[in-house]
Design a protein around this ligand. Structure first.
Ligand SMILES: [Ca+2]
Ligand SMILES: [Ca+2]
Length: 95
């Protein structure tokens, strides 16, 4: 079982990148103070929006997964791709 197992077996690569693109746009919208980084609070709201059962927990996990430079926030230029792949692996997608 790969990490794409939540998707129908006939999902095309193009649809995967569409989901990733949508997730990226969602996360960007939750940079509510527009400083180019997602704080833990902003991340929590994003995961809440995505329907996370425990958004605070997901924010912590997503942060530790994606925060490569260790400043406690997800940089939208440098670290967003890792955050998206974290969310994507968990099966979050935009309806
Ligand atoms: Ca921010
Ligand atoms: Ca960071």
């Amino acid at each position: 079982m790969g990490y794409l197992s939540f998707l129908p077996p006939d999902t095309k690569a193009g649809e995967v990148s569409l989901v990733e693109e949508q997730l990226k746009n969602i996360f960007k919208q939750f940079d509510t103070d527009h400083n180019g980084r997602l704080s833990k609070d902003e991340l929590r709201e994003a995961f809440r929006y995505l329907g996370a059962f425990l958004p605070g927990y997901r924010a912590n996990r997503g942060l530790s997964y994606a925060d490569a430079n260790g400043d406690g926030e997800v940089d939208l230029k440098l670290e967003l791709d890792d955050l998206v792949s974290y969310a994507f692996k968990l099966g979050y997608k935009v309806n």
